[in-house]
Design a protein around this ligand. Sequence first.
Ligand code: ADP
Length: 472
Amino acid sequence: MKKLKLIHSLKFRLFLIIVLVGILPSIILRFGILASYESKAVSNRSIDILSQAKMLGSQVLTYNYMTDTSVEIINAQLEQLSNIYDGRVMIINNRFQIVKDTYGLDTGKTIISEEVVKSFRGEEISKYDGDNRYIELAFPLKNAGTQNVLGVMLVSVSTDSIMFNYDYLKKNAQVIELATAALVLAFALFCASHLVQPFRKLTRSLEEIQTEDGEEELMISDYTETEAISEAFNEMMGRMQVIDESRQEFVSNVSHELKTPLTSMKVLADSLLGQEDVPAELYKDFMGDIAEEIERENKIINDLLSLVKMDKSAGSLNIALVNINELLEVIMKRVKPIAEKQNIELVLESFRPVTAEIDEVKLSLALTNLVENAIKYNKEDGWVHVSLNADHKFFFVRVEDSGIGIPEESLEHIYERFYRADKSHSREIGGTGLGLAITRNAVLMHRGAIKAHSKLGEGTIFTVRIPLSYIA
Ligand code: ADP
């Protein structure tokens, strides 16, 4: 496992790349240079020997050496040639007979090798046998005038001296190569750990931020990459902070809202307990107030529960095909008693029959909140108009009232949890400040939209747009 981790690390890969780039070329260079040295040295040697042997060849013909091998001057030169180059020279006459062998082994014998036959045809042959380390040359001895081939000269020389140089060079190259390899390894190790340093710094900073004893902001600007990571991380942290703050605010708002009715109840109960001989009427009166506060507490808790439900993912929607006209009629019937109490006229106008794929419970709650608000924040003898319309994609519910209206600066806040445009009035009529938050969540869960228009003192219009078919 640890081994695998090492192979996957950036440090190891950098190390490997630097080592390969540093060492491979020197290995290739060694092979290349040694091979070209060998071929060049062999070819030089061949040319040298060939030119000298040819000169000797012409003298062989001049002195008629092939019929009389006792010519001293030629013998001496042949001896010299074979000594200098550590080789063997053979002269063959046109009957394929070896008339002279500087080794003295085969004189008088017949030789019909491939090279000899080819040379008699006029070819010059030069062959290098790397395994046995010798060069073999064969060329015809031609009459200067008639160009007749009178014999063949066969020279074979050892390349030991070339190979000696070759081995010497090879050894030197290997030593240099080893030294380079050691240097490259050290360099690679240094570079690899140096190059991954910023990433290690990044991890350390992240750990410090986690334990909260380092800085809040992450910024490792050694590389553009680490800078981008830092920026992305800071952005994410910022977003998380906003979420955290809003959650804290929500919790503190909830506590405050839940405490208010409790404080009232405590005050009421204490004042009853503090008095002696309290008349039964006062008791009843105070108990009525306490019951009202309990009711209020209950309402806040119920609204909070609804809100939590709406906060869940869209997956928790219970989608079914619902007749929206009927749904609105039911809602109107349900709120009718509250409207009648304030003598408010309720009108439902359906422009066409609408059925849509919705979660009936959630959307019904959302629309009820809007209609209830229109009644709650209305004037005596006012009216509430609810209308339903649709096109081929959406249906629209419009809730219009002749109420007190919403101040312009409050319009953008009315969907916030516990926000009340008109604080004293809202509390007085039992508002929790959660209704529109619930409504908006429900509408968004249906992939819909909600808009509000209002004129202070004249009234408010809420428009809800919901897709006819639910898009998951
Ligand atoms: P509440 O429980 O206080 O009614 P809501 O979230 O339903 O809470 O509404 C938020 C605030 O928006 C209300 O306190 C009220 O001030 C304002 N509001 C909502 N609907 C209307 C309306 N139809 N007319 C006037 N003001 C409204």
